[in-house]
Design a binder for this molecule. Structure first.
Ligand code: NAD
Length: 499
């Protein structure tokens, strides 16, 4: 069982999944998991101890020794079963995501599908993991390169995509022959618990996949554990940077994805109706809590008037409410702290000279008066040099800026420290080509508002949005979770004299 009901009546306390079984944590500290639409506690998650991390890593290491010897074609069989199980339980899983994270059911289903795509790609590991070789690098000498798994690898994930982000890593980590440990966000642990119930049924050998609940102490114990070879991280930039540093200091491989502040440029030749529709979803979808959300829209020349008017209409007519209710287009933000922080940043933007032409502060939803709702917010004439133009708000707030020329707009795009995504809206191929070449971001959208790479492309953050070199997903994932071994080989005797 993924949970039992000890201290507080009706509030399940979650268990870790270690060595193929659900184990209660002895942790004295727990974290309340709160439904952000109702502000009610729905579970208690243990903040596991360093001793529990050590025991889990050792069990994973023992499992890895056997798992890495399993034929590569056999290692992917449980992934096929996992995909089928997730599809069978899609609605249940989506409901859990919405309950603990707040996004709408349609958004929850969407993220599960993006996760499933990674299971599908990782099922091609027998080919993706192939090495390379050459005959006769010198007369009679051949050279081969194999890929071998690392051992125990771990992923630490954020609150905003409780299903998709663990699946950016888990399928590649395990199919390449490693033992994989997931430490999900302590704010949204129920989705991972549900996922691991399905993993338990998919037929992975005991210890190959581990679920460890906790907070930063678990992360530090993983970063310091000598048997953990590699860490994948997704979360805010300050934490990403510190994890990269600590992991590197301890000789580990680390890929750490951080925060974002994504700009979109709207040229006068764009289809402005389409651009506004797409950017409304990009800025306000998932309540703006997407690392690929557009948070700054820069109009060029004449695009300004009509685009601003369209955005203002679309932002103010977006329906805000509980993600479980039909017709709702935007749910709450993750917690009370986040709501307070977002509203304070809106106030700061206004202080810096911006005009709140749509103001989502103080949003109330009938029947959900305690929920953490912030309405869509549109700040016009945001000062490019001000704090609000640079800070990641991570809420439903779109800042508008206006440039005279496309060159000025590209300069604004490239002045940022983050480099997760930049988008252009235009009808011109030449403008699109210039933008995709010059914009300093790892994910570029051309008439696209959320340029999320599909599973067989790397999720290419740049700048302060990423620390490392190999990104999540696809071939990068395979390279990250394997090390190369080169064999140079000579057999000196003539073959005819061998027999
Ligand atoms: P967060 O940094 O607070 O937490 C992420 C994970 O790190 C959690 O599992 C948490 O337990 C752990 N953690 C938190 N503080 C820690 C510390 N001091 N030491 C060690 N571990 C710690 O991030 P969040 O609020 O859960 O997620 C939102 C952030 O994630 C945003 O900044 C968003 O842009 C970013 N994000 C980035 C991407 C991307 O692909 N670049 C994707 C999704 C989210």
């Amino acid at each position: 069982m993924m949970a039992d009901i000890p201290a507080k009546p009706g509030i399940p306390r979650l268990h870790n999944f270690v060595s193929g079984s659900w184990q209660p944590s002895s942790a004295a500290q727990t974290n309340a998991v709160i439904n952000p639409a109702t502000a009610l506690t729905i579970a208690d998650v243990p903040l596991s101890t360093a001793g529990e991390v050590d025991a889990a890593v050792q069990a994973a290491h023992a499992a890895y020794r056997e798992w890495s010897e399993v034929a590569v074609g056999d290692r992917i069989q449980p992934l096929f079963r996992l995909k089928a199980l997730i599809e069978e339980h899609l609605d249940d899983l989506a409901r859990v995501i919405t309950e603990e994270c707040g996004k709408t059911l349609a958004e929850s289903v969407g993220e599960i599908r993006r996760g499933i795509e990674n299971i599908e790609v990782a099922s091609g590991i027998p080919m993706l993991m192939q090495g390379v070789n050459n005959e006769n690098i010198a007369r009679g000498i051949d050279e081969h390169m194999f890929r071998q798994p690392l051992g125990v690898v771990a992923a630490i994930t954020p609150f905003n995509f409780p299903a998709m982000i663990p699946l950016w890593f888990l399928p590649y980590g395990v199919a390449t022959g490693n033992a994989f440990i997931l430490k999900p966000s302590e704010r949204v642990p129920l989705t991972s618990a549900k996922l691991f119930e399905l993993i338990e049924r998919a037929g992975f050998p005991k210890g190959v996949l581990t679920l460890l609940h906790g907070g930063k102490d678990v992360v530090n114990a993983l970063l310091d554990h000598p048997q953990v070879r590699a860490l994948s991280f997704v979360g805010s930039t300050p934490v990403a940077r510190s994890i990269y540093e600590r992991g590197a200091k301890n000789g580990k491989r680390v890929q750490a994805q951080g925060g974002a502040k994504n700009p979109a440029v709207i040229l006068p030749d764009a289809d402005l109706e389409m651009a506004a529709t797409i950017l409304t979803d990009s800025a306000f979808g998932c309540a703006g809590q997407r690392c690929l959300a557009t948070s700054v829209a820069i109009t060029v020349g004449e695009a300004r008037g009509k685009f601003t008017e369209l955005m203002s209409d679309m932002a103010s007519s977006r329906r805000v409410g509980s993600g479980l209710e039909g017709g709702v287009q935007m749910g709450p933000v993750i917690n009370a702290q986040s709501k307070t922080r977002i509203e304070a940043l809106i106030a700061q933007g206004v202080q810096e000279g911006a005009k709140a032409i749509v103001d989502g502060r103080g949003q109330r939803v009938d029947g959900f008066e305690d929920g953490y709702f912030v309405g869509p917010t549109l700040l016009d004439e945001v000062n490019p040099g001000g704090e609000i133009a640079q800070t990641e708000i991570f809420g439903p707030v779109l800042s508008l800026m206006h440039a005279a020329t496309a060159e000025d707009a590209i300069r604004l795009v490239n002045e940022r420290k983050f480099g997760n995504q930049a988008s252009l809206f235009t009808g011109s191929g030449a403008a699109a080509r210039k933008f995709r070449h010059e914009a300093r971001a790892g994910n570029i959208g051309i008439n696209i508002g959320v340029a999320a790479p599909i599973a067989y492309f790397p999720f290419s953050g740049w700048g302060d949005s990423f620390f490392g070199d190999l990104h999540a997903q696809g071939r990068h994932g395979v390279e990250f979770y394997t090390e190369t071994k080169v064999v140079v080989e000579r057999w000196p005797r003539e073959w005819s004299r061998t027999f």
